[in-house]
Design a protein around this ligand. Structure first.
Ligand SMILES: Cc1cc2nc3c(=O)[nH]c(=O)nc-3n(C[C@H](O)[C@H](O)[C@H](O)COP(=O)(O)O)c2cc1C
Length: 410
């Protein structure tokens, strides 16, 4: 008896035109054995390699090939095909299909479905090694990866053409199956976890029109919120003033000042995990002027007195009753990075500190990349220079591991 690992999961399989299309017959059988419902779209070229008759017999459903089929458009058009699935798998993904996907072209049913897709997409490329190595294909693959498309394979080995070898063989059906299972079952390691994330700067008013702020863009915190939500967490993102759109599937609470951020963060508790990525102003102006401060011509400049803001990380890290099980702080420093981060770990009651050097020459503040060091009681782990999205994914994996959850999927 085969375990029903994909019970009631809806897979839309797009078969492209390549010799490896025959392997999809085996893939469909194995998916259905595991309880998945498989619906198939074939490109015109794919039908030259395997017949819709064989594919339909194995999927036990009709096979979709035409974009301009009036009945289909009325009953189940390309938009519904794209939406009515938990995962779209493209196998084999021809060089041509990858190019169309990367460019957003939609001349036929398969590509129109892919362009309309609102669900994750996993591709299994298959092509001659020269096609795979071609700079155009390299560019297309890089674009698709950046768009969040998942890849399985291609593998190295003999090609169908005699005497040809190299990278380009489609992954075996069992490998594709494992990638599908990881995506649909193991890729939500934070399912059921409540997470509080703070991001962005705070604005501390001087008078009704002026404020004190810092250069935080919020990009890293927003990326973590998006990655955590993708991993299944119920995320509340308390955000200072930034120009970023709300991440998908995240409850966003927008605030201005440190005091508002603290109140919103406390209101989001209890939570299992807190990630405090906001760059909270340490001080605010003691007495905010009720009216705009005017130049009076006397040459006397106003002097501002400051008071300390509440320490949000320390408040939550040391909270007697509502401290989340895991508290992650951020340390943006311009000097003595590790010494400061280690001190912060203790002082703020954090489990780990994500430390980064925000000296202007690093370009980290406001930029898209980040080089971080993870400081915990186990020591310091250096992560390489990465995009902020990649840092977010890796941090989510580290959090999942710390919570004893399986690592992030394919
Ligand atoms: C015998 C034969 C084998 C082919 N094998 C592949 C292949 O493995 N990978 C690929 O990208 N293209 C392959 N092609 C070329 C594609 O079929 C062609 O680019 C087609 O336009 C792809 O259409 P599609 O992307 O809409 O499926 C092959 C063509 C022929 C005639």
């Amino acid at each position: 008896m085969i375990a029903q690992t994909l019970d009631a999961k809806r897979i839309l399989l797009v078969i492209g035109g390549g010799i490896a299309a025959y392997k999809c017959l085996d893939l469909i059988r194995r998916l259905r054995e595991r309880g998945a419902r498989v619906r198939v779209v074939m490109t015109k070229a794919a039908t030259e390699f395997v017949t819709p008759l064989s594919v339909g017999a194995l999927s036990n459903d009709r096979v979709f090939t035409e974009l301009f089929d009036l009945d289909d458009e009325r009953e189940i058009g390309h938009i519904r095909l794209a939406r009515d699935a938990d995962l779209i798998v493209v196998a084999p993904a021809s060089a041509d299909l990858l190019a169309k996907m990367a460019t957003g072209l939609a001349p036929d049913l398969a590509t129109a479905v892919l362009l309309a897709a609102a669900v994750p997409v996993l591709v299994a490329p298959a092509m001659n090694p020269k096609m795979w190595e071609n700079p155009a294909t390299r560019r297309n693959v890089a674009l698709l990866r950046a768009d969040g498309v998942g890849f399985v394979g291609p593998n190295a080995g003999e090609m169908a053409e005699r005497g040809e070898a190299g990278v380009g063989r489609m992954a075996e059906p069992m490998e594709i199956l494992a990638a599908i299972e990881a995506r649909l079952t193991g890729a939500r390691p934070l399912a059921g976890i409540r997470m509080l994330i703070t991001a962005g700067p705070t604005h501390e008013p001087i008078d009704p029109v002026r404020y004190i702020a810092n250069r935080s863009s919020g990009k890293q915190g927003y990326a973590i919120a998006a990655a955590a939500a993708r991993a299944g967490a119920a995320v509340t993102l308390v955000s200072g003033p930034v120009t970023l759109p709300d991440p998908a599937g995240v409850a966003v609470v927008r605030v201005e000042t440190a005091r508002e951020m603290l109140a919103a963060a406390l209101a989001a508790l209890p939570a299992d995990v807190a990630v405090m990525a906001a760059a909270v102003a340490d001080w605010r102006v003691r007495a905010e002027a009720g009216e705009k401060i005017k130049k009076d011509g006397s040459g006397v400049v106003p002097s501002l007195a400051f008071v300390e803001n509440p320490d949000i990380l320390a408040t939550i890290g040391h909270h007697a009753s509502l401290r989340p099980g895991l508290v992650v702080g951020f340390a943006a420093e311009t000097q003595d990075l590790i010494a400061n981060a280690t001190r912060k770990l203790e002082k703020k009651g954090a489990d780990f500190i994500v430390a980064n050097d925000v000296s202007p020459e690093t370009g980290i503040m406001g930029g898209d990349r980040n080089t971080v060091r993870i400081v915990s009681r186990d020591g310091v782990e250096d992560w390489p220079d990465m995009g902020k999205d990649a840092v977010a994914e890796r941090l989510v994996t580290a959090i999942a591991q710390r919570l004893g959850r399986a690592a992030h999927g394919a």
